[in-house]
Design a protein around this ligand. Structure first.
Ligand SMILES: NC(=O)c1ccc[n+]([C@@H]2O[C@H](COP(=O)([O-])OP(=O)(O)OC[C@H]3O[C@@H](n4cnc5c(N)ncnc54)[C@H](OP(=O)(O)O)[C@@H]3O)[C@@H](O)[C@H]2O)c1
Length: 264
């Protein structure tokens, strides 16, 4: 019996974490969503062990409220925190750092990505740490991305998705900083890439499809067997296997859903 809090849980990978973890009625699962109005799929699960809480990770008051609710229900502990919420600017993700039409837009995309994907994650961890210290598992998982990996970026010549990739590389370092501080207390901090996962809620536009295909073309040069995105179900099943088998010896690692540096 374990307790889990997952941010960005209304859809995509976050929803699937809630879905798979709450199939065990012994688990208590806290699904943090930006707005309860978007939580239809979570409500439809109809599981009494799923608690839906509102928290935008850029709002520390909302996070503190959610942590207080978790504390009230668990008796002040939490076993696993899964930092899944993430921001992707999808209109301009095909641009490279020097090809923006204005300095203001570039600044905006860098700061928006950093605000959610780095600062929001750090505040979430800080606010839930007192509960995690009382937990049995002491595992903090941050969903990063293979595009935050230096070797992949250079080896595959991926110059696009820049603000997002930079923010994911930064959160990997935040993960390492927490690992450095909390290893002696038995904590496991993991940054994990979920693979390329189809979490779309609508068919791609022609532009999006073209950009995606350019990226996939580059990836296929190194992973010729890559057939396309995996489902959230497969990604989360593989991530949970990795999360469950990692120990304090792995703390600070940045690994994939396969438990290594294979990002696809
Ligand atoms: N899908 C992939 O192929 C892939 C690959 C690598 C890494 N990732 C990472 O995996 C994670 C989940 O990805 P996904 O594809 O499932 O994303 P998604 O379908 O776009 O869902 C993102 C989730 O994050 C939430 N969110 C965004 N900003 C937030 C904020 N400020 N506070 C709280 N929640 C916020 C969204 O809430 P709303 O529902 O309210 O919008 C949504 O529930 C992200 O961190 C992403 O960067 C995904």
């Amino acid at each position: 019996m374990s307790s889990y809090a997952i941010t960005g849980a209304a859809r995509g990978i976050g929803f699937e974490f809630v879905n798979q973890l709450s199939t065990d009625p012994e688990n208590t699962v806290f699904a943090l969503v930006r707005s309860k109005t978007t939580a239809d799929r979570l409500v439809a699960l109809g599981r009494p062990n799923v608690h839906i809480l509102e928290a935008d990770i850029t709002n520390t008051n909302g996070l503190k409220y959610a942590a207080a609710e978790v504390a009230r229900i668990t008796g002040s502990s939490l076993d696993y925190l899964i930092n899944n919420a993430g921001f992707v600017e999808s209109e301009r993700d095909g641009l490279t750092l020097e090809s923006y039409s204005s300095e203001e837009l570039l600044t905006k995309d860098l700061l928006d990505s950093f605000k959610v994907n780095v600062v929001g994650v750090i505040h979430t961890i800080n606010i839930f740490l007192p509960l995690l210290k009382n937990g049995k598992a002491k595992k903090v998982v941050t969903i990063s991305s293979g595009v935050g990996d230096l070797d992949l970026t250079i080896g595959f010549e991926i110059a696009t998705f820049a603000p997002y990739s930079i923010s994911k590389a930064a959160v990997n370092m935040a993960n390492a900083k927490y690992a450095a501080q909390y290893k002696s207390e038995g904590f496991v901090f993991l940054a994990i890439s979920p693979g390329v996962v189809d979490t779309s809620t609508r068919p791609p536009t022609a532009d999006e499809l073209e950009r995606f295909n350019v990226m996939i073309g580059k990836l296929r040069k190194v992973y010729p067997d890559f057939t396309g995105p995996i489902t959230p179900e497969t990604s989360v099943r593989m991530q949970l296997e990795v999360i469950n088998r990692t120990t304090v010896d792995d703390t600070g690692a940045f690994i994939s859903h396969k438990g290594n540096k294979e990002w696809l």
